[in-house]
Design a protein around this ligand. Structure first.
Ligand code: FAD
Ligand code: 2HG
Ligand code: ZN
Length: 463
């Protein structure tokens, strides 16, 4: 251990696992963005909250910045360590701690994967309803720090709705117990909610108490092919008013082509401009009849050109794969990503403006659209052509993102629907938050982290 600061850390906390090998620095220093070159000082993998506290105290003494790190599936650069930071990985703190049948809550360490939380809830006949494709590798701490959304927000809301309590190590190494699982607690500022979505800049989440709920009735999964973009929100309005939706996700034919090339099976013949995967309660005959009636009405109106209803769990999974595999199928191309939202009522007008903007600004560049359109959340993945070098590509995408931020401002939307600001979007924050709000956010940050050692440079530029 050549760095004397690390030698001192290893000496004072001999139980700590500390990694400094080049492979480890690479592995733990980046997230799914792959845009920044990892350059952390070291990686520390504490096993307890006391260890986390001790590491934070050491970091304060040494003035070393800390990057809290979960599964590093983040898409905004929030967990990137490119400036000599200490990566504090919660990976080893992954235990399920307790289930309370009366409170219907599950307490877990922050490094537990979302999948592990799903499994633990299921063992007790309940569900933790936040869900998305990175479930196997993202951590609950990362989900909370980004207020993750996913494919069931339309029914259950974002992560924020499901956190009953948090244990947080502060930037000075103290422990905060926030809300303690209470359902009702009108006793002043709710710091638990402030931590949710704070992207590792206000504290290190070490444990969480999560609310659980009853499983939904048996569901059906339907894939729809749509002739044009206008049909999208018409079908959504029809389905939402006649069915109990659990999910309503859309993607374009371009997205489908990437997923098929990645190994998924085509489920509808021919090529159609837009597709929807929707899941809805279908526990009884009337509910299933209502779904068929809605489909037939959409067909008659010309809003849908084809469709298929899964007849088995395997077929349902195959239909979901067409939507859920998009990110992974595009990953080798290292897309430039936008993750934007507007109020659901503004989606048609917004989509129209987006189509005009993106067609004009990316004339020779492939742009893949998909997302949680029932929540007003659109994902845009821009693919670099071989003819354009990386820097020129990013410059062009950033120019378009500035225009996109203006369009969003016009529609009252957000530059980050669910992935967080991180490094990727901090330059566009002022399109979504007023100058007053940003100044107040920075003030809050100073209260929680007076020395600025927690994830500096994320969310806002470094002080
Ligand atoms: P990381 O990437 O490790 O970190 C994310 C941020 O949280 C960083 O700022 C980090 O510093 C901070 N952080 C991590 N752990 C802690 C902690 N314990 N305390 C304090 N701060 C912490 N996101 C969605 O919202 N919806 C989706 O549908 C969705 N689908 C995805 C699909 C794929 C295939 C992939 C790769 C990603 C997807 N994501 C989605 C993005 C990502 O999975 C989420 O943002 C997730 O919540 C990140 O969790 P993580 O553990 O990987 O966090
Ligand atoms: C999804 O909805 C994720 O699949 C990832 O939020 C979005 O890759 C993306 O842009
Ligand atoms: Zn998403």
């Amino acid at each position: 251990m050549s760095d004397p600061r690390l030698a001192q850390l290893a000496h004072s906390l001999p139980q700590l696992r500390l990694l400094t090998a080049a492979d480890d620095l690479q592995h733990y220093g980046r997230d799914w963005t792959r845009r920044w070159t990892p350059a952390p000082l070291a990686i520390v993998l504490p096993a307890s909250r006391e260890d986390v506290q001790a590491v934070v105290r050491w970091a304060n003494q040494q003035q070393v910045a800390i990057v809290p790190s979960g599964g590093r599936t983040g898409l905004s650069g929030g967990a990137v360590a490119a400036n000599g930071e200490l990566v504090l990985s919660l990976e080893r703190m992954n235990r399920v701690l307790a289930f309370d049948p009366v409170d219907r809550s599950l307490s877990v360490q922050a490094g537990a994967t979302l999948h592990a939380v799903h499994e633990a809830a299921r063992e007790h006949g309940l569900i933790y309803p936040v869900d998305f494709a990175a479930r196997g590798s993202c951590s609950i701490g990362g989900n909370i720090a980004t207020n993750a959304g996913g494919i069931r927000v339309i029914r259950y809301g974002n992560t924020r709705e499901w956190v009953a309590g948090l244990s947080v190590v502060t930037a000075t190494g103290e422990l905060l117990e926030l809300n303690r699982g209470l359902v009702k607690n009108s006793s002043g500022y709710d710091f638990r909610q402030l931590m949710i979505g704070s992207e590792g800049t206000l504290g290190i989440i070490v444990e969480a108490t999560l609310k659980l709920t009853d499983p939904p009735p048996p569901a059906q999964v339907m894939l729809l092919a749509l002739p044009d973009m206008d049909a999208l929100m018409r079908v959504f309005a029809l389905f939402r008013s006649t069915l109990a939706l659990q999910a309503f996700e859309f993607f374009t034919n371009q997205a489908l082509q990437h997923v098929l090339a990645h190994g998924a099976q085509r489920a509808i013949d021919g090529e159609h401009p837009f597709y929807v995967v929707t899941e809805f309660d279908a526990g009884d005959e009337p509910a299933r009849d209502a779904a068929l009636a809605a489909f037939e009405q959409a067909l008659t109106q010309g809003w849908v050109s084809d469709g298929v209803i899964a007849q088995s769990a395997a077929q349902a999974a195959a239909l979901w794969r067409l939507r859920e595999d998009i990110t992974e199928s595009l990953a080798p191309r290292r897309p430039y990503k936008n993750d934007v939202s507007v109020r659901v009522s503004r989606v048609p007008a917004f989509l129209h403006d987006m189509q005009v903007l993106l067609t004009r600004e990316y004339p020779d560049i492939e742009v893949v659209w998909f997302g949680h359109i029932g929540d007003g959340n659109l994902h845009i993945n821009v693919l670099r052509p071989d003819t354009l070098d990386e820097d020129a590509f990013i410059t062009q995408c950033e120019h378009v993102t500035r225009l996109l931020a203006q369009t969003l401002q016009h529609h009252g939307g957000s530059i980050s629907a669910e992935h967080g600001i991180g490094l990727v979007k901090r330059a566009y924050l002022q399109g979504t938050r007023s100058a007053l709000e940003i100044a107040m956010m920075q003030g809050v940050r100073r209260v929680f982290d007076p020395s600025g050692i927690l994830n500096p440079g994320k969310l806002f530029a470094r002080d």
